[in-house]
Design a protein around this ligand. Structure first.
Ligand code: NAD
Length: 370
């Protein structure tokens, strides 16, 4: 985990002195007035590395607040209770969290556990009548994702996936430029996502808990990025796997996959997902009239990039702070992000991952309907 955290944290800076931006229909608007609207009261499930990052970022949220925890480790609960002033009545473990349905002080549960647990946990949260925020990948295949979407619909709760880049200012600017035709016709996307994974015993290298290897964890950024940078859904994929360490990367755990995607307009994407190379975090979009290049493109920031018009200069703001305020607006004010973060968006990425794994197996071109 250390190497992953280092990769994502590399150029991270605190957003001290920068006015908090909130994600809204006019993309990013400065919030000068103190917020006195409804607060999204969130319980975090899974108090690991990323859960800690989200909790810390939420301290600066103005529309969302950490109010509860779900964990199997009593010492972590005690620690979080003290750090974040979480009342005892809002603390649960993995056996008893269905009782959250009787807790009127919690609106949503943010699931930040290993991928293989997301589906069952999301369904239980939905059945308890709480909104579900779930980390990426939403599950370990599209069938699981669809089950989650169906369960949340049946329970009449929202299902949102932790796609923090959909709230990130420089990313939003490139998407705006693409939508305004500033790149002309988008033709080509290149996405490279990777880091060298450490401890061979961690859940990320366990098929049941991770669902796959680098593709599930980090390749998904290139998949999702290809879709929001090009503004289209792929209609075919091809993919090739390379494995240099079959002991560490067992059957079903991909070390390195190169994959290609074709889009209805004729645009193509060429991507690399790997657990065997460090400092790979780069997006490149080429259109008939311009380009965008981002490196780092999906780490915790600051994101850096330039287009044919010059440097991207939007400010860095902690991604998870923007995301959670944006999700509060989405849940309570019905605001829709330009690029969705709903369950259906998550299922699209899962369908592409399923197709990539199939293409690796067959060596052929896999047609997909997203
Ligand atoms: P982690 O190992 O640091 O934390 C996982 C947590 O789940 C731990 O607190 C662990 O105790 C708990 N857990 C519950 N049941 C478990 C079980 N059976 N086995 C192992 N752990 C169990 O992992 P993480 O890095 O926090 O990742 C958690 C999720 O968050 C993953 O889905 C990952 O893809 C996602 N994530 C997203 C981002 C992002 O930028 N959006 C970044 C990192 C991780």
């Amino acid at each position: 985990m250390g190497s992953r955290r280092k990769f994502l944290e590399k150029a991270s800076v605190a957003a001290v002195g920068i006015p908090l931006l909130c994600y809204s229909s006019d993309l990013l608007a400065s919030s000068s007035e103190p917020y006195d609207g409804r607060m999204l009261r969130v319980a975090i499930m899974g108090l690991g590395s990323y859960g800690n990052r989200v909790a810390k970022a939420m301290v600066d949220c103005e529309k969302a607040k950490l109010v509860g925890v779900i964990s199997g480790t009593p010492s972590k609960i005690a620690d979080w209770r003290e750090k974040y002033d979480v009342p005892e009545k809002n603390c649960y473990n993995y056996e008893n969290f269905d009782a959250i349905k009787d807790n009127p002080d919690i609106d949503a549960v943010y699931i930040i556990t290993p991928n293989g647990l997301h589906c069952e946990q999301a369904i239980r949260v939905a059945e308890a009548g709480k909104h579900v925020i779930c980390e990426k990948p939403m599950g370990i295949n599209a069938a699981e994702g669809q089950k989650m979407v169906d369960a949340c619909k049946a329970a009449n709760v929202k299902l949102l996936i932790g796609y923090r880049m959909h709230f990130e200012p420089k990313t939003m600017e490139v998407i705006r430029m693409r939508m305004d035709g500033e790149f002309g016709q988008p033709k080509f996307f290149q996405g490279q996502s990777g880091f060298v994974i450490g401890d061979p015993t961690q859940w990320r290298l366990n098929k049941k808990l991770a669902g796959g290897g680098a593709m599930m964890d980090i390749g998904i950024y290139s998949i999702n990025g290809a879709r929001y940078m090009l503004g289209e859904e792929p209609i075919w994929v091809t993919a090739q796997e390379t494995k240099t360490d079959p002991v560490k990367f067992k059957e079903g755990i991909d070390e390195t996959i190169q994959f290609q995607m074709g889009f209805p307009s004729g645009a193509v994407a060429n991507c690399l997902s790997t657990y065997a190379m460090n400092n790979l975090d780069r997006f490149f979009l080429n259109g008939s009239d311009g380009f965008a290049e981002m490196q780092p493109s999906t780490g915790y920031g600051p994101i850096k990039g330039r287009t044919h018009k010059g440097e991207l200069t939007q400010p860095h703001i902690t991604h998870q702070t923007l995301q959670m305020d944006g999700m509060a607006e989405l849940i309570f004010e019905g605001k829709q992000p330009i690029v969705p973060v709903d369950g259906e968006e998550g299922v699209k990425d899962m369908k592409i991952i399923d197709a990539i794994f199939e293409a690796v197996k067959t060596g052929g071109k896999v047609e997909i309907t997203i």
